[in-house]
Design a protein around this ligand. Structure first.
Ligand code: NAD
Ligand code: WQD
Length: 337
């Protein structure tokens, strides 16, 4: 049996595909390469000595999906395909809803037709919106995400809940990622943002290597220990291991299961800079700017439900996350080029 990985050429998807191939699983990747390079999958092949079947196509395209389900014996789907830039989603909301919500609807319809009802969805801590009390547990109500990207994730969660309510043969994991960072320990695959990075760690990394001038710190007047925003950064390889554990668990369950994938530990922007300077052995200049619209002061997970139910726990600490980021950055100054 094969696993279909949508968005499998992307940052998290390529690390997932690498791990699945290492485990001897057969993998079909569907990606339209809107935010990825085929080179990532070539490198995965070089690392694992195995090859995923790659289909360049759009998850919204029913005929492509039907072709995949007709020609490969797929029994589960990992759904990473999506657009993820918060600022862009504010400028292009229809594109985001069409891609992220429309893409999932199209995927679920094709899965239902093919009789495949096991799905792992890449959700996000953004669905919690503004939370007063940390850490965040899965039982806390979902809030009001502050942008169309976040709302598209929440909408998909609701769609998948409705689907499982009406048809108990479905088994769906909603994995709420906190802040994925880091790269494969080989330095061969990693995050390759196009243009100016939106997220903190790729930005710091590009400042350290000299591609960006100075890091803008978005606010130092938050009610946090040093005034800068606090987040729960998780190594992408820990995230991948969380998916493997979730896949095993939903194979034995039906309905919707929700797990936070985080470390349970928050770090501030200044703490991230200090650790990066230590790891890279060079300074990371920064300037203090006004707060970024929609940002929250702090956000970190209670990951204990995943530990209890999945037997999974993030193992890699902040230093390892940033060592691996820096190895990827220095070995690939132009990303996949
Ligand atoms: P990414 O952009 O690197 O990967 C997404 C992949 O999906 C890309 O390869 C892109 O080409 C592909 N894609 C997008 N739309 C598609 C479509 N319509 N059809 C086929 N392929 C399509 O992003 P990532 O960081 O690897 O994120 C993977 C998933 O995890 C996304 O759904 C994202 O929203 C979610 N997520 C990411 C983060 C994060 O900080 N990286 C946090 C929470 C959730
Ligand atoms: C982290 C901290 C910033 C950049 C976003 C999405 C979320 C999820 C993960 C997909 C914050 C500060 C950042 C910079 C800075 N994505 N910062 N200067 O905002 O927690 O989450 O990515 O699902 O949905 O919203 O991550 O890395 O952008 O920011 O000071 O240039 O770094 O203010 O405190 P965020 P981030």
């Amino acid at each position: 049996m094969s696993i279909l990985v949508t968005g499998g050429a992307g940052y998290i998807g390529s690390h997932m595909v690498c791990s699945l191939l290492e485990q001897g699983r057969d993998v079909v990747v569907l990606d339209n390469l809107v935010n990825a390079s085929y080179a990532a999958l070539e490198r995965v092949q070089a690392l694992t000595g195995r090859c995923a079947i790659f289909i360049k196509g759009d998850v919204r395209d029913r005929s492509t999906l039907e072709h995949i389900f007709d020609s490969h014996s797929v029994n589960e789907v990992l759904h990473f395909a999506g657009l993820k830039a918060v600022g862009e989603s504010i400028e292009q909301p229809l594109r985001y809803y069409d891609n992220n919500v429309g893409g999932t609807l199209s995927l679920c319809k094709a899965m239902a037709t093919a009789g495949v009802r096991r799905l792992v969805f890449s959700s996000s801590a953004t669905v919690y919106g503004h939370v007063e009390r940390m850490p965040i547990k899965e039982t806390m109500p979902t809030g009001r995400p502050t942008n169309p990207y976040g709302r598209s994730k929440l909408m998909v969660e609701e769609v998948l809940r409705d689907l499982c309510r009406t048809d108990p043969r479905w088994s769906v994991a909603l994995l709420r990622y906190f802040n994925p960072v880091g790269a494969h320990e080989s330095g061969r695959i990693g995050e390759d943002p196009s243009g100016i990075p939106n997220n903190l760690v790729p930005f710091i990394s590009q400042v350290a290597i000299g591609k960006c001038g100075a890091l803008p710190i978005f606010g130092n007047d938050y009610p946090t220990r040093d005034g800068t925003g606090v987040r729960d950064y998780i190594h992408v390889l820990d995230l991948v291991e969380g998916h493997l554990a979730a896949m095993e668990t939903i194979a034995r369950r039906s309905g919707v299961s929700i797990w936070n994938l985080g470390t349970g530990q928050g770090y501030s922007v200044l703490e991230m800079i200090r650790m990066f300077e230590k790891v890279a052995g060079r300074p990371v200049p920064y300037t203090i700017q006004r707060r970024r619209d929609g940002d929250i002061a702090e956000c970190w997970s209670d990951p204990s439900l995943a530990e209890r139910e999945l037997g999974w726990k993030a193992r890699r600490g902040l230093e390892e996350m940033l060592v691996d980021t820096w190895r990827w950055q220095t070995a690939n100054p132009r990303g996949y080029g």
